[in-house]
Design a protein around this ligand. Structure first.
Ligand SMILES: NC(=O)c1ccc[n+]([C@@H]2O[C@H](COP(=O)([O-])OP(=O)(O)OC[C@H]3O[C@@H](n4cnc5c(N)ncnc54)[C@H](O)[C@@H]3O)[C@@H](O)[C@H]2O)c1
Ligand SMILES: O=c1ccn([C@@H]2O[C@H](COP(=O)(O)OP(=O)(O)O[C@H]3O[C@H](CO)[C@@H](O)[C@H](O)[C@H]3O)[C@@H](O)[C@H]2O)c(=O)[nH]1
Length: 440
């Protein structure tokens, strides 16, 4: 099929590349000229395992093109995906300006029937707005063209995006017309050779499914963080409790890892957007509000432990931070817990020596830009030299089996704050560390 993907960010670039890998002819569109110029030169703007090779291969073959010209891109398109951002507005709702701007452009340039697919995460009812925006432009042009708008929420996780897209747990499609549903089934069938995981439904239910999935996952995390905070106060160990409950198949082991809060471009904004939608429709979403409130506080738990140990005034102290990205295997720092923790410590006078395998550029250029108390280093051990304690924020694999002798040798004293509960507390005690975890 001939496909356009409008918005070439994490989702657009991964989706476009995977569709090309499956033999489709794909054009990725973005308004960011710098990004498109880089992609044309084979420079990949984000870090995502396996993505670079796949982009380069398909770009070279001619199955994956990049442009800023939406008119050219949709001229011969069968399916146009909208994959632009839906950031959080000031009142917590999803900001639809980018989605509707793309819909308008599609209406301005469409020349034949096509399926317009909303892949961005959008509130229930957005497909109707997209449809109306396209129709308004067609009416202005005085042309009578048929088109279908479909909802196809994306469930990929950053850091495992290619694997998730190539082998999806499910493909959810919300469509009104049989033609559009069939087109989407044909497009996704090659990704579901082992078992058909295609779930067709009405558009509103598809839009809601995305928010319900993220809200459920975020709820599991906040629930577990709350259990951790209770464990800590009553003298229980949340790591043991996690094993204890996860073995019940109804609960399961996934997404019950306590830590210093969830971040990323999705859970924080999607939980709040769904809560806002609920309120707009006259319902008070007590669980969603609590999920967000627990997470907000949880991002401070590690910083609070540092302050409790060293005091409110941290001038003259230096802390090594391992991990800046919101999770391992990505350079994405959107809503990362590291930002909250580092800012809390530096505003109290501390200095930070930070190391992350991939997110240094994001931190320096955007998320911690201007914070002169943060020094970036090129290796995990360099971060420790002369530091008063180590704080582990993101559980990259290279932090899982560190050389503890080296940590001990480089730190001023062997003090370790572990925001992701990576190690066994008895072992850490044997190694001579003053070791702090979440929920223990
Ligand atoms: N990042 C994820 O892991 C993930 C997973 C599932 C769903 N989503 C959802 O997918 C959507 C996109 O998220 P993302 O993380 O890929 O965003 P992103 O910010 O990485 O990328 C969005 C891109 O859209 C471009 N853009 C904006 N307006 C445009 C326009 N008019 N025409 C063409 N391009 C335009 C931007 O320049 C940017 O490159 C969001 O709704 C998000 O909630 C994200
Ligand atoms: O047990 C857990 C699991 C995750 N996290 C944290 O939760 C956040 C999000 O992690 P993850 O879900 O793995 O990453 P995302 O890339 O944000 O993916 C989520 O958000 C995407 C965007 O909507 C969805 O497509 C995915 O299905 C959904 O998992 C990260 O900060 C993790 O550290 C925990 O604290 N404990």
């Amino acid at each position: 099929m001939k496909i356009s993907v409008i918005g070439t960010g994490y989702v657009g670039l991964v989706s476009g590349t995977c569709f090309a890998q499956m033999g489709n002819s794909v054009t990725c569109v973005d308004i960011d000229e710098g990004k498109i110029a880089k992609l044309r030169q084979g420079i990949i703007p984000i870090y995502e395992p396996g993505l670079e090779t796949m982009v380069l291969e398909n770009h070279e073959k001619g199955t994956l093109a990049f442009t800023t010209d939406i008119q050219e891109a949709i001229a011969s398109t069968d399916v146009a995906f909208i994959a632009v951002g839906t950031p959080m507005g000031e009142d917590g709702s999803a900001d639809l300006q980018y989605v509707l701007a793309v819909a308008k452009s599609i209406g301005e340039h469409m020349q034949h029937y096509m399926v317009v697919v909303d892949k961005s995460t959008v509130p229930v009812g957005t497909a109707d707005k997209v449809k109306a925006a396209i129709q308004t432009e067609l009416d202005k042009r005085g042309v009578d063209l048929e088109f279908d708008v479909v909802s196809n929420p994306e469930f990929l996780k950053e850091g495992a995006a290619i694997e998730d897209f190539m082998h999806p747990d499910r493909v959810v499609i919300g469509a009104e017309s049989e033609t559009a549903m069939q087109v989407m089934h044909d497009l996704y069938a090659p990704f579901m050779k082992k078992s058909d995981r295609f779930i067709g439904m009405d558009i509103k239910s598809a839009e809601m499914t995305k928010y319900a999935a993220n809200a459920m996952l975020a709820t599991k995390i906040s629930f577990m963080n709350e259990m951790a905070n209770i464990c800590e106060r009553v003298g229980a160990d949340v790591n043991k409790v996690r094993h204890g409950i996860g073995s019940d198949g109804r609960i399961g082991y996934s997404f019950i890892y306590p830590g210093c809060g969830y971040g990323g471009s999705c859970f924080p904004k999607d939980v709040q957007a769904l809560a806002k939608t609920a309120k707009d429709f006259g319902y008070t979403p007590r669980i969603l509000d609590a999920v967000e409130a627990v997470n907000y506080d949880q991002k401070m738990v590690m910083a609070d432990k540092v302050i409790k140990r060293f005091g409110e005034e941290l001038s003259g102290l230096t802390f090594a931070v391992w991990g800046l990205a919101f999770k391992p295997e990505t350079d994405d720092m959107r809503e990362a817990s590291s930002i909250t923790i580092i800012n809390a410590l530096t505003t109290r006078g501390a200095k930070i020596k930070a190391y992350d395998p991939k997110a240094r550029h994001e931190a320096e250029s955007y998320y911690l830009k201007g914070n002169e108390r943060v020094e970036y280093v090129d290796s995990k051990y360099d971060a420790l030299t002369g530091a008063d304690a180590l704080i582990l924020v993101t559980e990259w694999q290279e932090f899982r089996s560190p050389d503890f002798d080296e940590i001990d040798k480089r730190l001023n004293s062997p003090i370790f704050f572990d925001g992701r509960n990576q190690f066994d507390k008895e072992r850490m005690a044997r190694l001579g560390f003053e070791y702090f975890q979440i929920g223990v």
